[in-house]
Design a binder for this molecule. Structure first.
Ligand SMILES: *[C@@H]1O[C@H](CO)[C@@H](O)[C@H](O)[C@H]1NC(C)=O
Ligand SMILES: *[C@@H]1O[C@H](CO)[C@@H](O)[C@H](O)[C@H]1NC(C)=O
Length: 285
């Protein structure tokens, strides 16, 4: 069908007529304080501990630039968690069993569900922190799309020891499908210190399917999966950051005393943007 022909073309179409609907690439001149302001690229209020500001949690590196940051003179940003990274939704019921700090597109820059309707490609690059490593005995979400009604995640990119697993993929990035359909594995690749892993995830919010492109370092993105069915309904917001779960599956998020104290852990992000792919354009380099 003509409807899907652009997916076949996409591996040879290089930014034919790129339309970006949300650009979260951080200018090389940006400083941490800008991330606390109402006009920040990312929501200044969510998702993080109540007592900390994003300016306390973000570290920048203009000399450590990912694939799709270079052409716009952007820099990478490391998102960190510490003992204060306890999110309390609505200011109540702090999630003491979890540590969280996640950048989300500023709603003012992503209005009318622009990132979760039509056919969109989510771009980002991700790298382990060299100086603030994760504790891979734990499960971490590092990128996810959460439904607007908070009843599930349409996609989740995880690392560490996935809950209920033997830890065989603890040094990998594992992309899982909708949590309401059993979190089916979609794609997996290594998560190596010193190396950016670049992703482009084409999401057709009309047809409910996803296709993954991926590369490392400065290599152009390469198609890694076919077009795979995945329920993408429910809109919501993308999260980019560190969401550290307790090691024990099924633990109540309000339970205290089960996350070790004295932590400082981070993940480095670059090249975050959402592209309109309705006409077949998927930027690969
Ligand atoms: C955005 O998505 C939410 C959740 O699906 C929906 O309630 C809302 O009406 C949508 N807004 C627009 C402008 O389409
Ligand atoms: C890593 O997590 C495990 C499980 O919570 C904990 O026993 C261990 O002390 C942690 N290691 C470090 C270095 O914090």
């Amino acid at each position: 069908m003509v409807r899907h022909s652009f997916y076949l073309l996409s591996s040879v179409v290089l930014a034919r007529c790129q339309t970006i609907v949300f650009d979260g690439r951080v200018p090389a001149t940006a400083v941490a304080a800008e991330f606390d302001a109402a006009d920040s690229l990312f929501d200044p209020d969510f998702t993080k501990g109540q007592s900390v500001s994003f300016s306390d949690l973000l570290l920048f590196s203009a000399s450590d630039v990912s694939l799709l940051d270079t052409q716009v003179n952007a820099q990478s940003v490391e998102v960190t968690i510490n003992d204060d990274s306890i999110f309390a939704p609505g200011g109540a019921n702090p999630q003491t069993a979890v540590r969280r700090a996640e950048l989300m597109p500023n709603p003012a820059l992503s209005a009318d569900n622009v990132t979760t309707t039509g056919v969109k490609t989510l771009h980002f690059s991700v790298k382990p922190s060299a100086d603030r490593p994760l504790n891979t005995s734990h499960e971490y979400l590092v990128v996810f799309l959460e439904r607007a009604d908070f009843t599930g995640n349409q996609i989740s990119l995880k690392t560490g020891t996935l809950l209920g697993s033997d830890g065989a993929t603890k040094d990998r990035l594992v992309l899982l499908g909708n949590t309401n359909d059993g979190s089916t594995p979609i794609f997996s690749t290594a998560f190596e210190e010193g190396i950016f892993t670049n992703f482009a995830m084409v999401m057709d919010f009309n047809q409910n399917n996803i296709q993954v492109f991926q590369s490392t370092g400065s290599d152009a993105l390469v198609q890694q999966t076919e077009l795979l069915p995945n329920d993408l309904s429910g809109n919501g917001a993308f999260h980019f950051g560190v969401n550290k779960n307790p090691i024990d599956p099924g633990v109540d998020v309000l339970r205290t005393g089960i996350q070790e104290a004295g932590i400082l852990e981070g993940v480095v992000y670059g090249g975050i943007f959402v592209e309109d792919s309705a006409d077949g354009t998927v930027t690969l380099s």
